[in-house]
Design a binder for this molecule. Structure first.
Ligand SMILES: [Zn+2]
Length: 299
């Protein structure tokens, strides 16, 4: 298989923190990536004549640095925040960008943030839906809502750049890395559906919320990975006799035996094809465990 690390799409490094906390990469047409090294997060931002549109502030500490990083490439103010989805590890800290911001998100974000009572997240005041276009000067950010996937409030975005169309799907597709652990908070069937929809979008490269840019085939590869792992998990579960206790086994012992065997077998079945992905050895069995719950319960 071709080495994963040589993506033909990459930003030009235009600014970095003296102590290495962050860097800014330019993709042209006002589109940049802010790469926050602590925890390996990244957020795109778009500089237009009427202000800066910044995606996910990440955290209180990151947002202060994010704002400083933006100021190294433009003196225009941040006028708009866009949240990729409701997860705290991407959207805390927007207050660092000041007051009176337009804060755009899937309607499910405000609902969840309110219910949780998280006052360290600036509340969205503009709802985005499928087909919405965020117009920033002459640049247009296309918004896609394919229903629940990694969370029930994930949106996908397409931004035009000098290198082609950048698809942003935070935590949905993270190039070079296997799907994360046990797919926390994920609607598994919805995730497969969203991947089906995403592969049909017009875009040239993909960025997640942690890694990227990656070639567009990463979206297809993620779909392929999850479909193959689903089929392998299903086959291993059937071959194991499903939830049949052995003599002397109680429900806990049976569950743990079946889970351990099925997830190891399923991961082994796709290792030849995907074993070179970072995180595969650690996470493929966990993802198979999540898929086994989907097979048993329907989600
Ligand atoms: Zn997330």
């Amino acid at each position: 298989m071709v080495s994963e690390s040589h993506c033909q799409f990459h930003g030009l490094n235009v600014a970095q923190h003296a102590a290495g906390a962050w860097q800014v990469e330019s993709f042209g047409r006002g589109v940049y990536l802010f790469r926050w090294h602590k925890g390996f997060y990244l957020s795109p931002f778009l500089v237009a004549t009427d202000g800066v549109t910044a995606f996910d502030p990440i955290s209180a500490a990151a947002a202060v640095e994010y704002r400083a990083a933006i100021a190294t490439v433009t003196d225009r103010p941040v006028t708009r925040l866009v949240y990729s989805h409701d997860h705290r590890d991407h959207i805390v800290g927007g207050a660092a960008f000041g007051q009176d911001l337009e804060v755009c998100a899937h309607p499910g974000v405000a609902e969840r943030v309110l219910r949780r009572g998280h006052d360290d997240i600036v509340m969205p005041n503009v709802s985005l839906g499928d087909g919405t276009v965020i117009a920033a000067d002459s640049a247009h950010i296309e918004v896609h809502d394919f229903g629940p996937n990694h969370s029930d409030s994930n949106l996908l975005f397409v931004l035009p750049t000098d290198q082609g169309r950048m698809l942003v799907w935070v935590d949905g597709v993270e190039p070079d890395v296997a799907p994360y652990r046990n797919l926390p908070d994920t609607d598994f069937a919805g995730y497969l559906h969203s991947l089906d929809r995403a592969v049909r979008l017009k875009f040239d490269f993909v960025v997640g919320g942690h890694t990227g840019p990656g070639e567009r085939r990463w979206v297809e590869d993620y779909r392929d990975y999850l479909l193959r792992l689903r089929d392998a998990t299903d086959a291993a579960y059937r071959a194991s006799g499903e939830q049949t206790p052995r003599a002397g086994e109680d429900g806990v012992a049976m569950t743990e035996r079946v889970r351990t065997e099925v997830t190891a077998t399923a991961a082994r079945a796709i290792r030849d094809r995907f074993g070179h992905w970072a995180g595969f050895e650690q996470w493929a069995p966990m993802t198979a465990d999540r898929i086994l719950s989907f097979i048993i319960t329907g989600n």
